[in-house]
Design a protein around this ligand. Structure first.
Ligand code: BGP
Length: 474
């Protein structure tokens, strides 16, 4: 017998500033690293960028009206740091504060709980230029200053906050695979930037305790549970090592205030471990979250990797041509491999609703924290019909199966606060442009042609309305 979703469950949907707002240089906004990076040759799919995106900055009232029509209970969005502090620190841009303040009021007026992400990857370019952004410990001071401005301005009205979105992705892609700004490929620098991001995260959470004592805050982690390819002991070990290196390395620091020992020993042995100064681990322990934010899209399957095996080169499928993803790994430790039991999207992401239940149970078992699902969704090609409809039954099927997995996990004993789909409207996919769509609401544009940017309710829009109305029993 399945337990029902709890009363007040946050049925939500999510977005991020750079992907949805546009208005990249409006009303005193400073430049972010993505404003620069996405315009360098060859960095994004067909040179797509967020200059206009879904034009949410100018059309937020229309978008909130659609959310209200749907009955949405929560909307997760991020604040563009450079809208608030154009230089990253110092002078505050009042127009930026006003935009988010108005958005929050519009949501509250419609009974929608705002969930604010402080950092969804759009670092002020000024801080990268000045001292290398996350590569310097100074980032912790500046992030804390920015967070405090946000807590002071919005903390009276907003109860749920996400500190950093997917630190493992923006640091891993920014400093190891080089696919995100600043485009560095150096694992030692990656691990140090990552340590500094932990400092920033913990500092902001400490400030939050003082300034918004009744609120809830946590990071959003991109967790892809590791499966072993077979029951061969070598494969089991490979999957366990992957879990340690790719997930516990982050979640343990957030939730327990310490790095997992085996992975730290591995990095020390390689001479690439981060420099941890006295007081850092104490700070991590003071900056523990109220919940773990979970961005779940897929599981990953691993097998043993010989010493001369495949290295960390992560060649992703960013074209939408199925079957083009490549294997990646650490020689002598693990490598990724296919899973015969799972379907894949056109971008080669596995489709694994049961994996969401696995993720929720593992987080609960290891950390005993409540979980807020801050992202889950299906990126696909959508087709606008001649009579202005989008029949995205594949998305409905995907979300329905994942919502059932949530309910099973709740029955297993997971304390689940809410479920935010990615995304509410279509928006920019960082590396995959506008053709890879996630929304309940279609945005009429493509990479190069802005068309009229009009909003069209997809079939999934009407379906999710019923899910919310029935508190998940639809
Ligand atoms: C997460 C990010 C989101 C979003 C999503 C979908 O990693 O937090 O910002 O982009 O993934 O990914 P993609 O756009 O690459 O399909």
């Amino acid at each position: 017998e399945l337990k029902p979703f709890p009363e007040g469950f946050l049925w939500g949907s999510a977005s991020a500033a750079y992907q949805v707002e546009g208005a990249w240089d409006a009303d005193g906004k400073g430049l972010s690293v993505w404003d620069i990076y996405a315009k360098l040759p060859g960095t994004t799919f067909k040179n797509s960028n967020g200059d206009v995106a879904a034009d949410h900055y100018n059309r937020y009232k229309e978008d909130v009206a659609l959310m209200a029509e749907m009955g949405l209970k929560a909307y997760r969005f991020s604040i563009a740091w450079a809208r608030i502090l154009p230089e990253g620190r110092g002078k505050v841009n009042e127009a930026g504060i006003r935009f988010y303040s108005d958005l929050i009021d519009e949501l509250l007026k419609n009974g929608i709980e705002p969930v604010i992400t402080l950092y969804h990857w759009d670092l002020p370019q000024a801080l990268l230029d000045e001292y290398g952004g996350f590569e310097s410990r100074r980032i912790a001071d500046d992030f804390d200053e920015y967070a405090r401005v946000c807590f002071r301005s919005f903390g009276d009205r907003v109860r749920y906050w996400v500190s950093l979105n997917e630190q493992n992705i923006f640091i891993g892609f920014g400093y190891m695979t080089g696919m995100h700004p600043p485009g560095v490929k150096d694992k030692k620098r990656m691990l140090q930037a990552n340590h500094n991001a932990f400092l920033a995260n913990a500092r902001a959470i400490k400030s939050f305790r003082e300034m918004v004592p009744s609120g809830n805050i946590g990071p959003s982690f991109a967790y892809s549970p590791a499966y072993p390819k077979t029951s061969k002991p070598e494969d089991i070990l490979a999957a366990e090592d992957a879990e340690e290196i790719l997930s516990h390395w982050w979640m343990d620091v957030y939730a327990l205030g310490e790095y997992p020992k085996a992975a730290m020993d591995l990095y020390r042995g390689l001479g690439i471990a981060p420099e941890v100064l006295p007081g850092d681990l104490e700070l991590f322990k003071e900056g523990k979250p109220d919940f773990m934010g979970l961005n779940y899209y897929q599981t990953t399957t691993y097998e043993a990797n010989p010493l001369d095996g495949v290295g960390e080169k992560l060649e992703m499928n960013t074209t939408g041509e199925k079957g083009t993803a490549k294997s990646t790994g650490i020689p002598g430790v693990y490598r990724t491999t296919g899973n015969d039991y799972l379907e894949r999207t056109n971008w080669d992401w596995t489709i694994d609703p049961e994996g969401l239940r696995v993720a929720l149970r593992r987080i609960t078992g290891r950390y005993s924290l409540p979980v807020l699902i801050t992202e889950n969704g299906l990126g696909e090609y959508d087709k606008l019909t001649d009579d202005d409809k989008v029949h995205d039954d594949y998305r409905i099927g995907y979300l329905k199966a994942h919502i059932l997995a949530c309910r099973e996990a709740i029955t297993d004993g997971v304390d689940l606060i809410g479920y935010c789909t990615w995304s509410f409207t279509d928006l920019l996919s960082w590396l995959n442009g506008y053709q890879k769509r996630y929304g309940f609401v279609y945005i009429n544009r493509d990479e190069t042609d802005l068309k009229d940017l009009r909003r069209v309710r997809k079939d999934s829009f009407h379906w999710y309305r019923k899910v919310i109305e029935s508190n998940g029993s639809e």
